[in-house]
Ligand binder design. Sequence first.
Ligand code: ZN
Length: 362
Amino acid sequence: MELGTKRSGLTDRREVMRNYNTHQLNSLAMCEVVEKLGHETKKSGAYHVMLCPFHDDHHPSMVVKEHYARCYVCNRGFNVIDFVKEDKNITFLEACEWLYSEFGVGREYTSDTVRVRKSTPAITRLHARKPSPVQTMRHDWAFTLEYVAEHVSMQDSFCKCLASFFDKEKIRYVAEMYGIGCLGLDDTMFPVIDSALNVHNIKIQHYDTDPHSAGFFHKDRNAWWYGKKYIETHQCSASACCDVQCFFGEHLISYYPSSIIILVESPKNAILGTCAWPEYVWVAAGNKNMLTRQRMECLRGRKVIVMPDADAEEEWRTILDGMQDIATFIFSDMIPSFRAMGNKCDIGDWIVRKMATYIKKC
Ligand SMILES: [Zn+2]
């Protein structure tokens, strides 16, 4: 599975985000789109098939699913926008324009990316959906959603790094969505919140904010867990602050029931990914020990694109292959792109590098 937009220019991408709801465009019926483009499809089992326009195809090798097409000879997959872009050999922006002109959908929100998700799940707004007290009283949680909401901020070192690449309104939106906040002068807090909106713990991390330093955007102090410190200083009992038993961003999974999930390792990558591709729900597992069947339940029935750090791919594959009954786990074919940058590299490094190149060109 490819992330549809990786080849398009970032300027193009920004223009699209300003004007189009890509999620809506990608939700168009693939069959109708390919037929509009002049391709003939025929029914074959549960799906349609067609001659692949991207290789010299004589027996239909391209399977056309609801919102997705894949050629098993080229070994390439396409979402709706991607297919139009490649088939007509036009830019990502032009593909969106074409889809809009042909189908009349996809321009619901015209002013900014952040409107793509009309119902912004800002932590503060999520509060209104908090389950009944009976449910939340089961645990005496050390941190509350109110605490997180009060500390949402863009003054922390991580948001300062993001500000080198993304506009403020977008960072604010993402910070509110995940509850990113500031502690002390500019340490970043990443709260880990479950679907019942319990705050399991808060990870604290400081980032190097100097864009000219080699460590830019990387942690320059060890991460620590706020919950653990609370217990050590007897501000709460050991039972009140659990170990992290949920994914970072888990509270967003049920909020977007039809979105594709992208599973990464670190909260940092989930945030960078959301800034770059907000149409997906980005969730961070933390590490491979979190990849248990029990933990994966929150992903049940969903389509999950998996993007571990380059050096962890094999291990993750082995674990997740045994869990395909829970969710559809698809390893991203962007992994080779960031592995090419180094064995320790991840999608976050890739995005930062792409964004840095873009900024230099401006
Ligand atoms: Zn092909």
